[in-house]
Design a protein around this ligand. Sequence first.
Ligand SMILES: *[C@@H]1O[C@H](CO)[C@@H](O)[C@H](O)[C@H]1NC(C)=O
Ligand SMILES: *[C@@H]1O[C@H](CO)[C@@H](O)[C@H](O)[C@H]1NC(C)=O
Ligand SMILES: *[C@@H]1O[C@H](CO)[C@@H](O)[C@H](O)[C@H]1NC(C)=O
Ligand SMILES: *[C@@H]1O[C@H](CO)[C@@H](O)[C@H](O)[C@H]1NC(C)=O
Length: 620
Amino acid sequence: MPVQRTFFGRPIPAVPPRRMALLLASVAIFAVITLVFTLPNSIPVGPSLGRFTDHKYSLPKMPKKLPGATSILNPFRPIAHPPPIQKNSTNGESKWHAGWNWRSPFSSSITLDENRSLLPPLRVRPPIYTYYDHTLEKDETLKEAHNAILLTWRRAWWAQGFKPVILSPAETMNNQLYVELQRLDLDSQLNTELMRWLAWENMGTGVLCNYLTLPMGPHEDPLLSYLRRGKYPGKLTRFEKLGSGIFVGEKAEITAAVKTALASPDLKSAKDFIGAVPSDTFLIDPHHDSLAFYDTQVVTDSYSKVAKDIVNDPAKGLQTLNQLIIAHLHSTWQNIFSAGIAVLKPQPEHMSALVQPARKLADFLAQCPVSPLPASCPPNRPKCKPCVSSVPLKIASPPVYRNTSALYTIGTVPHPYTMAILSSFRDNINVRWIRRDSERDPWLTILTKELLGTGVSGAPRVIKFKEAVASEYGTFHSLWVSAEKNLPHDLDWHFGFTIPRNATDTGKSETPVPGPERRPQEKPDPKDGPVPNPEEMQKEKELLKRARDFGQARSEAEEKLRGAIEAWNLADTEAWKFARAFLARSRVERIKWEDEEKKYAGGAGAERGRSEGWGRWFDD
Ligand SMILES: *[C@@H]1O[C@H](CO)[C@@H](O)[C@H](O)[C@H]1NC(C)=O
Ligand SMILES: *[C@@H]1O[C@H](CO)[C@@H](O)[C@H](O)[C@H]1NC(C)=O
Ligand SMILES: *[C@@H]1O[C@H](CO)[C@@H](O)[C@H](O)[C@H]1NC(C)=O
Ligand SMILES: *[C@@H]1O[C@H](CO)[C@@H](O)[C@H](O)[C@H]1NC(C)=O
């Protein structure tokens, strides 16, 4: 007799075997369905998982569209809304999203948009103020000269990570204390000095700087790093021997100092602001190796030729002083990067045309600046090494990226298609060739070989690359440009000085200086790879042109090839998009600032009639 099974005391009805099978099948189906529908929610949604499941390094099936965020490779990924689009985060084809998690290898796992790169948050630029009364000057040529110096000042501080702002009497008049100043009826120099302080007080915390005070030192300099933090607790600070060249402080301290000065009984006998306030108002900092102040005293003592020029003809003299300052900024840069410039060329063969613009830029940077006093040093760096044209800065074309602090790196980032047709040296590549014959991520692999060795996958390489491009350190030690685009027009702002564009053939150079034509002819370094003969060079140029056109045209066949090659070279594509977006964003940042600033101070310190860019030098 079969055993009667019970469940909580009740008998369980016997189930015939056929119905039992049916029941088991239903349970199994139910279990599978439950698993499929609940599992996605139990997988943590986040970059840690998403970023790797998104881009498996397996043979990609050539998809019609790129596997973007809502990847077909990952069935468990819940569909999420992309993060909200940030303001001004597009320029041409480049799009970006700024976030603290920018070090993730593949942006699209976070931005959920294959075309939007994840960039580091924009560094906040602390304001640095200068005061210029544009209403005083009537003489046009003198105005022009002041404008040139203000432009130099803005550029130099911008390149060091600040937001240079030119204040004018408009800011002073906005200050409630201005009425008091008017009542005092001071002599003109002291009056100007107080106008300057009132303008600063009106703006608040920051740095007040004479426009003849310029940063000339490495980006990592402790004082510049401190100033960049934008918080200046404690007393107002000024610097030993720099007089009124530069002051640093918080709003409350500035207000207190201005009020003390205005109330001081011996204000009329004071020569300047420092004399008008008690001496304990300021903390005097003796360390300021990275600040150069070209005040009258310094110019008379050290650059007497320029001082004489200024006395004879102020406008012309100031232009000469401006040229001297630019030359000093440039030679300081050359001293900082004493190991030279590396124009990266990850594959030595057939890449000469690709790196040519970068190479030319390096030539310009290595050139000795046009200077009224070629052998002179900046006031803050008496032991500098002036540029000597017989010993130019070394330019090399290594295949790998080296993280050496005295080496400046100019990288040209090609799209994988560009890389493919140049390295294969033919323009008829197809999907079959890509999958059968081409290596994955050739560019990034070679570039990071020294840093990471071989046998590392694409993801860590991309992360290293992104650090080299966009970390604070990287930004000031390297420049990364797209191979398919012209060099950006505003490189002077990136470097902080006017880059000499072959001064001798513009016919503008007035002072005879040793130009590149007098340089010793360099023999090509065998380490820089083979030198192409003229026919090869011609073909390289044609291929490069084809690659540029390919980026524009969007026929269906090309779109497919593009998708295929991007999917095959995920890391190279990511690097290319990242570098492109980073450059585009820095341009947007600057243009936005330029737009805001040009309405103040009568537009002083703007670039005038000099938008020629680089086209002339690089389009051949
Ligand atoms: C930034 O965005 C504003 C509107 O959001 C637009 O008017 C402005 O032109 C943009 N600036 C740049 C440089 O794209
Ligand atoms: C990304 O850009 C390409 C080319 O501009 C375009 O074809 C594609 O649709 C874009 N993808 C998305 C998700 O916008
Ligand atoms: C390069 O070196 C600096 C300091 O030596 C370091 O902070 C930085 O992270 C390095 N960058 C890369 C890409 O390795
Ligand atoms: C500068 O101009 C001279 C003469 O016009 C030319 O021979 C030389 O190659 C140019 N140098 C550079 C770096 O372009």
